[in-house]
Design a protein around this ligand. Structure first.
Ligand code: PLP
Length: 449
């Protein structure tokens, strides 16, 4: 491999995801930019995959990690707790939705979802309802790539070849206003229709047999930032309560400030039973995720078997907790949630100005600094481009030529794949940097189409 790029991928011994094409070699990162070995700079407009909320090379986070490394890197959680894990848990619970009492630390988003699914199952075993064995989730969703997470996920393409390995999960419609809200209904009526569909699915399984409904509060990696319509999650919460079903909200991507509030569910006025977080929790400085749990679950475990029968070697890793604690303290100290809201409004205005009349942009949607752009062959019919063109992937590579990182996605509806672009810039991005992002994205989109 030459020093500047692994241009063909042929000589690399890393088992990369893409084995036929090469990658530039990243050697540095400062602020909103990543730098490759040839010295080329890329604005990180997607935070990798909605991870790098503080950008790169933040001195306070690096200092906190050094300090923790000097003191203690690792202590297995079956022997010890650590001060830093306790401090981080306290900070997260102080700002958590009502009734959440404990945090279970893991190493990433998929692990958080797996843990939440197993918590739900064990909870019902502990309280004497072992017949509950079904999860309901949504199509056009993504909850991770491990087998449990993939089973609840609804991305048809990602699931296809692994289907024989996946548990049986009932999938209902996601909240996809742009494509599914009918002309003769309001967004609120559309939301009620979705809740009625969920209600039917519950009745078919028998409410007493369902463990949990699993959903991303704002859909992320599958269909380009699907924001919920007003009242939808309130209706879902009421329905779950009526049947004693847990609500698991997956905020691995949309959470930890990305939507303009710490947790996206705050804007829906609902409190889940289990809340998964990751990505922005550690901002990419260390791999870390977590499940926030309601006291009633923790109490059931404590009074029952006394043990959550699950665990990984690296859960609660001290340096990962130190990185996350530092990231969250910087967000609070610098009032970055306010900045997410104001810069988010600026980004929305820039996107609407550049793409509002674009013949191939069907929808621009999002909240805070979390935006999706849906591409269509024709705006009137909302028809997608021929999937064989892999437009999303071409936009990604054209953007890299421009010095811009955007996250491309290919959602599937009724077996047809469409193209979306996801933007999730660091919370520290300036208005000038946001303008650069939209300018470069415009050039990349026009060249790719
Ligand atoms: N859940 C959601 C909503 C996600 O967006 C992702 C990743 O994109 C995951 C879970 C999986 O997280 P990870 O890739 O850290 O395992």
């Amino acid at each position: 491999m030459n020093a500047h790029s692994n241009s063909s991928g042929q000589n690399s011994k890393v088992f990369h995801r893409q084995l036929r094409s090469g990658l530039p070699v990243a050697v540095g990162g400062r602020g909103v930019e990543l730098i490759d070995a040839a010295g080329k700079r890329y604005i990180d407009a997607s935070g990798g995959a909605a991870v790098s909320c503080l950008g790169h090379g933040h001195p306070d986070v690096i200092a906190a990690m050094h300090e923790q490394l000097d003191r203690l890197a690792y202590a297995h959680t079956s022997f010890f707790t650590t001060e830093v894990a306790e401090e981080l848990a306290e900070l997260l619970i102080d700002s958590a939705p009502d009734g959440m009492s404990h945090v279970y630390f893991v190493s990433g988003g998929s692990e958080a979802v797996e843990a939440a699914l197993k918590m739900a199952r064990q909870y019902f075993v502990e309280i004497g309802q072992p017949q509950r064995r079904h999860f309901i989730a949504r199509r056009q969703s993504y909850h991770g790539n491990t087998l449990g997470a993939l089973a609840v996920g609804g991305n048809a393409w990602r699931r296809e070849q692994f289907k024989p390995l996946l548990m049986d999960v009932t999938h209902v419609s996601p909240c996809y206003e742009y494509r599914d809200c009918r002309a003769d209904e309001t967004p609120e009526q559309y939301g009620q229709r979705l809740v009625a569909e969920l209600s039917e699915a519950i009745d078919q399984l028998g409410g007493e047999n369902v463990m949990a409904f699993v959903a991303e509060t704002i859909g992320g990696a599958t269909a380009g930032v699907l924001t919920p319509v007003p009242g939808y999650f309130k209706g879902v919460r009421e329905l779950c309560d009526r049947h004693g079903i847990l609500l698991i909200l997956d905020e691995v991507m949309c959470g930890m400030g990305r939507s303009g509030t710490l947790h996206a569910c705050e804007q829906e006025g609902v409190v889940p039973d289990l809340l998964t977080i990751a990505k922005g929790l550690g901002g990419g400085y260390q791999p870390i995720g977590a499940v926030l749990a309601q006291a009633k679950l923790v109490d059931a475990f404590r009074q029952g078997s006394g043990l959550f029968q699950h665990g990984h070697t690296y859960l609660g890793h001290a340096v990962a907790c130190a990185a996350a604690l530092a990231v969250q303290r910087v967000i609070i100290r610098d009032d970055l949630l306010h900045q997410v809201r104001t810069r988010g409004a600026a980004l929305q205005a820039l996107l609407k100005a550049r793409f509002g009349d674009h013949p191939h942009v069907g929808d621009i949607r999002g909240r805070g600094l979390f935006w999706g752009v849906e591409l269509v062959a024709e705006r009137g019919s909302k028809q997608w481009f021929n999937p064989a063109r892999k437009l999303h992937a071409r936009i990604k590579s054209e953007a890299m030529v421009e010095g811009l990182m955007v996250y491309p996605m290919s959602g599937t509806v009724d077996g047809v794949r469409g193209d979306h672009i996801l933007l999730a810039p660091p919370f520290i991005a300036s208005e000038d940097e946001l303008a650069q992002i939209v300018h470069r994205l415009g050039s990349a989109v026009d060249r790719a189409i």
